[in-house]
Design a protein around this ligand. Structure first.
Ligand SMILES: [Fe+2]
Length: 147
């Protein structure tokens, strides 16, 4: 599978969300390049899987707070999609499947759901925001540690 990298296509123009999306892509990249043939990396692999799950949870929570602040009308529907994605990822990483198979399924799920979600659903926030209100003073750019 080709590497998935953040690009301007994914930019919402909302600093805090864009910064978090960039970090998500960095974690996804780590999962994509994991060498599953190396048994000594087993613990590291698990850690990266949980890093993805934890960061998705944090990011979705922050994104939902932003939607609430701007009175985004599809908040509930959007929230449901977030919950489904977290559930799907958590179920996968907690499964008893071999790590290599989890990695493959995770990569597929990320591409099919998370990336598609950014392109189709998160972009609705951008459109709503640009049509309905001026940029919010909370649209700050967060300083995040390098992944
Ligand atoms: Fe979202």
């Amino acid at each position: 599978m080709a590497t998935i990298q953040w690009s301007e296509t994914y930019r919402l123009g909302i600093g805090s969300i864009d910064t978090q999306h960039q970090r998500l892509f960095k974690i996804i990249e780590k999962i994509n390049v994991l060498d599953m043939q190396n048994p000594s990396l087993k613990n590291e692999v698990r850690e990266i899987f949980y890093e993805l799950s934890d960061y998705m949870k944090k990011h979705f929570y922050d994104e939902e707070c932003h939607m609430r602040r701007i009175d985004f009308p599809e908040l509930e529907h959007h929230q449901t999609m977030h919950h489904k994605m977290i559930h799907q990822v958590n179920e996968l990483i907690a499964s008893k499947l071999p790590l290599e198979m989890i990695q493959t399924k995770l990569k597929f799920a990320i591409k099919k759901t998370l990336i598609e979600h950014i392109i189709h659903e998160d972009m609705k926030i951008k459109r709503y925001q640009s049509h309905n209100r001026r940029p919010h003073h909370d649209d700050f750019v967060m300083e995040l540690p390098q992944v």
